[in-house]
Design a protein around this ligand. Sequence first.
Ligand SMILES: Cc1cc2nc3c(=O)[nH]c(=O)nc-3n(C[C@H](O)[C@H](O)[C@H](O)COP(=O)(O)OP(=O)(O)OC[C@H]3O[C@@H](n4cnc5c(N)ncnc54)[C@H](O)[C@@H]3O)c2cc1C
Length: 556
Amino acid sequence: MLVVMDEIKQTLKTNGFSGDVEDSAEKLEFYSHDASMFEIKPKLIIAPKTANDVSLAVKLVTDSKRKNKELSLTARSAGTDMSGAAINDSIIVDFNRHLNKIISVKKDKAIVQPGLFFRDFDAKTGDYLLPSFPASKDLCTVGGMVNNNSGGEKSLEFGKTDKYVPELKFIFADGIERIVKPLDRDGLNAKMGQDDFEGKIYRDLFELIDKNYDQIKAAKPNVSKNSTGYNLWNVWDRETGIFDLTQVIIGAQGTLGFTTEATFRLVPRPKHSGLLVLFMHDTHQLGSLIKTVLEHKPATFESFDDATLWLSIRFMPSFLKVLGPVRFIHLLITLIPDGLQLLRGIPKLILMVEFTGNTEEEVRAKIRKLHKELSHVRARYEINGFEEDATEAKSEKFWIMRRYSFQLLRSKVKDKHTAPFIDDLIVNPEYLPEFLPKIRQVIKKYKLFATVAGHMGDGNFHIIPLMNIERESERQKLLPAMKEVNELVLKYHGSLSGEHNDGLVRGPWLEQMYGRDMVDLFRDTKHIFDPQAIFNPHKKANADWDYSYSHIREKF
Ligand SMILES: Cc1cc2nc3c(=O)[nH]c(=O)nc-3n(C[C@H](O)[C@H](O)[C@H](O)COP(=O)(O)OP(=O)(O)OC[C@H]3O[C@@H](n4cnc5c(N)ncnc54)[C@H](O)[C@@H]3O)c2cc1C
């Protein structure tokens, strides 16, 4: 294999690859990890400078694959994937290093390269916003968001990334970059009439979806957000006559090909926002509370638990690095009243209900109305926000705890490690009062110390256990705990992933969720796009638990 990689390196150079090609021990070690609990060492890293570089690499691997079955390409942007989908044992293609430019921003439309950090993009979109940003918004790239179909705190109001990508540039397995966008019947017929690889993809995928139309539509998970499987149900609509290939590519985790450019539709950035924070000491009234809050149609409805709160307090000084001195001091000052409150006992659950509007008065009125209606719920309330520039100044402390808890766990707790394996389940919020205590029982049964934070309004929870997964005895908990959690999620008609996607960790359980026939359709889809399996193997529908299990991190 090393000889093969030497040949690949040589051929890339002679064919005019203009990016970086690396295989030093430090680089291979660095690219062995993403934010998941897995570890796989690649053999080569390439960081393309142009789409042509990406094409060259894809063509080369396609041509060499017949002789060297182990060759593959895995895209990586910022590497914050929690499912293990940004690592692999062959060639990693780093999009973040060079393919990170904004091509144009015009009010509600932006065209960008995939390796662009969301934070840099967001700073340039003025009065408009890409609203599907994840909690990792300061760390991730827009390409990662597209390929994971990311969502976050604003998804309750705006949905996920798949709603905001009207057009993509995509490199298919034949190494050719093409535009992908929704087509009407004439456009689809024209594509299907082409005598090339693209024509075959459109023909084969149309046939697959049309033949299994009812089964595919019925398989769509009945939750507000889903990142499992391939979004086949959103591709072909017999009623509108629209065939939209972007929908199967978004969220495919780079298993079908590579995104080289994305067009985003942006929404007006809310001018004013305000937060109603509820500190709940007992959660018996959670069911009626969720119902009431959702009836008021908040912009966001987030939550985190007592373990997350403790963690944030314990590691408060580390926020200095994230925030800088001025914001950090402000954070400490705003925390004083909460510190006094905590002396009266740690709340079990903190709920954050955010409203937005065009004027401060409008936001205030919305918050007051909900506050009044919730007066029967035993909880302490805090109302804050209303910043002119929506910088969240006073409410920032809650957002920080909500968004940064996983990062804190990863970087600060040294004797144990984050093990995201039940980190993204979602059920309809109506089931939460029954579902959450049952999930807590599983966590207790396996003696897992875990933080639970999430998007209450969507019923989407991030459970992050802290474990010594380098120990066999701890690793052995993973399979039975995961099976029990999955069964519970499916019993309540949920999905195993609302946002974080399948990768190595959830791919093996797609059959449990969708059944064999549907997983066969996912595998057929992968084969249509990637007949030689050059893109990101062992992920999503082609994942296998034995393989994933054998790559759980052993050293930290
Ligand atoms: C602290 C923390 C909080 C998080 N919170 C959320 C959350 O709230 N919601 C959420 O959705 N996710 C969340 N995540 C997971 C992750 O950050 C997001 O999914 C993010 O969008 C991934 O972006 P990235 O640039 O790091 O992508 P990467 O990790 O580099 O890649 C993600 C996937 O996309 C593929 N990919 C990347 N670039 C391309 C490309 N150009 N072409 C084809 N495929 C490509 C990769 O192969 C991989 O499968 C969180 C992660 C962390 C560490």
